[in-house]
Design a protein around this ligand. Structure first.
Ligand code: GLC
Length: 515
């Protein structure tokens, strides 16, 4: 069409008229856009942000909880959870091949602009979103790199940037530990004012306060992309402390047992954050973790030598004999076997175990350890095996099948932690009829009782003597077959499933929505 002869549209005419008429204020036609719908706050829709999720990636208890809490909540109903986590190199092909690619965008990491791909996969009734960036996550390990601050700045920023592309519209962001601590911080600083992000509540769970994400103030602008003016809101102890930041910025804070929630207020357990915890104590709740009773089930776990349950635990012994054979230990059903699955870090009580060990190993026992960690302890347990080839084995590795075998084969489970936010091993052991020896701290205190009607043994002092005394009580009781089997039966009948705790989380989410 000839431009010149084109009839001016009504709008252009109107504009011309308007500009002619008004000399003071131009009268433009305002397009009335649809008022954004309020986010549905009647039911918690929780996006659970975790740096590790079993079975896709796992180094410890966080990965267990991230895989089992959402399954339990979705089964119970009343709230709905989805999970978002990095797409690490270790995610197995058998899952990856069924991932659905959603989109990719570029995400700001301070002055950088980084690729972020989004994948979706439904596993055990829970939608999992995976965030892909090979530069940050195609590495051998999950953590422990020089640029972890930048890797998790990227991940947390990507979670927020990719949220509008997810088919799950959360009204709660639930983050865990320091790796994901930036989510509530970024949310409050940059996102909450944006229409598509309105009305979202935030909660952080502290799984272990030892790891806080402490960084030099120089990283604030250069890596986290946060203005230096915010330094005072994120500073604790003279540096940027991401866990502290998440406590300050989140609407609620939870931790993984009631006792630990109290301990966090003290100097002894809070690793320098006690004053911060006390300052925000009105936001803090403790809920003890559950375990995945489907995965940790002595009646079905594929790695076991024989299956059994609380009603008939007689085949438990076959697991002891099977492990002894596998490890070349004397095959004796009657010897009390002490097993231990642990990260080899001193706060797991390895220093007191080391001082109790000369006495323990003199008893008629077998001791089998599985775990990796600090070189000092890897060496110590290897030496123990060399010194007592008929009594001790040190399996310096992490292997899920072996851990299941140790839970099933043991009579006694060693877990003398100095500090233990929740601890899952003691609950897994009890489910397998293996009686824990623990210290009365954190979640161990909330799950293990000694004495009449008890389910374990407690070392009340943090000392080798106290630990040996508790071990001796266990060994002596083991000799009384009747009493021991009553103890085993009590331990196996404990309900450590998520059913109670997941309901507590659901209640907490409802409270959070009302905040
Ligand atoms: C951390 C804690 C452990 C807890 C787990 C899951 O690994 O050290 O006690 O059970 O997180 O919350």
């Amino acid at each position: 069409m000839n431009k010149k002869t084109e009839k001016p549209s009504a709008a252009t005419e109107e504009k011309k008229e308007a500009s002619k008429k008004s000399t003071t204020r131009p009268r433009t036609k305002v397009k009335i856009t649809e008022v954004p719908k309020k986010r549905d706050l009647s039911k918690p829709l929780v996006l659970y942000v975790a740096a590790e999720v079993n079975p896709f990636s796992q180094t410890g208890g966080l990965g267990e909880v991230a895989s089992s809490l959402p399954v339990a909540v979705n089964e119970i109903g009343g709230a709905e959870m989805a999970v978002v986590t990095p797409l690490y190199e270790c995610v197995a092909e058998k899952y990856r091949k069924d991932f659905e690619f959603i989109c990719h965008i570029n995400v700001p990491v301070a002055w950088r602009s980084q690729y972020a791909g989004l994948f979706r996969y439904v596993y055990r009734g829970v939608t999992h979103y995976f965030i892909d960036n090979e530069y940050y996550f195609k590495r051998e390990k999950l953590y422990g790199y020089f640029d972890d601050a930048e890797r998790f700045a990227f991940f947390t920023r990507a979670v927020l940037e990719l949220m509008p592309y997810m088919d799950f519209k959360p009204n709660i962001l639930h983050v865990n530990d320091w790796h994901t601590a930036l989510v509530p911080i970024y949310y409050k600083l940059y996102y909450m004012y944006r229409e598509e992000y309105a009305d979202i509540k935030t909660i952080v769970t502290i799984h272990n306060i030892e790891y806080q994400g402490k960084y030099d103030g120089n990283l604030l602008e250069d890596v986290f992309g946060i203005s230096g003016f915010q330094y005072f809101t994120l500073e604790w102890g003279g540096c940027v402390n991401l866990l502290f930041g998440s406590i300050a910025y989140s609407d609620m804070v939870s931790t993984v047992s009631e006792t630990y929630a109290e301990e966090l207020k003290t100097r002894e357990h809070a690793c320098g954050l006690q004053d911060a915890i006390n300052r925000f104590s009105d936001k803090l709740t403790g809920i003890v973790n559950g375990i995945d009773t489907e995965v940790y089930n002595p009646a079905t776990a594929p790695a076991l030598f024989a299956h059994y349950d609380a009603k008939d635990p007689s085949k438990k012994t076959e697991n002891k004999l099977g492990l002894q054979k596998m490890l070349g230990l004397p095959e004796r059903a009657d010897v009390p076997m002490i097993t231990m699955v642990s990260r080899l870090a001193s706060h797991k009580g390895l220093d007191i175990l080391k001082s109790a060990m000369p006495n323990i190993i003199k008893e008629d026992v077998q001791f089998v350890l599985l775990g990796t960690g600090e070189a000092e302890y890897e060496g110590y347990f290897a030496d123990l095996q060399n010194a007592y080839p008929d009594k001790a084995r040190a399996l310096i590795m992490f292997n899920k099948d072996m851990s299941q075998r140790l839970f099933a084969a043991g009579d006694i489970y060693m877990m003398p932690s100095r500090s233990e936010p929740c601890g899952l091993g003691q609950m897994m052991a009890m489910r397998y009829g293996t009686i824990p020896i623990v210290r009365n701290v954190g979640g161990l205190n909330d799950t293990v009782r000694e004495g009449e009607g008890g389910n374990g043994f407690i070392a009340t002092e943090y000392s080798g003597e106290s630990l040996y005394a508790a071990t001796k009580r266990a060994i002596d009781l083991y000799a009384d077959k009747e009493k021991w089997s009553a103890l085993v039966s009590r331990a196996m009948n404990e309900d450590f499933s998520w059913s109670v705790s997941a309901r507590k989380y659901i209640d907490l989410y409802y409270k959070l929505l009302k905040k």
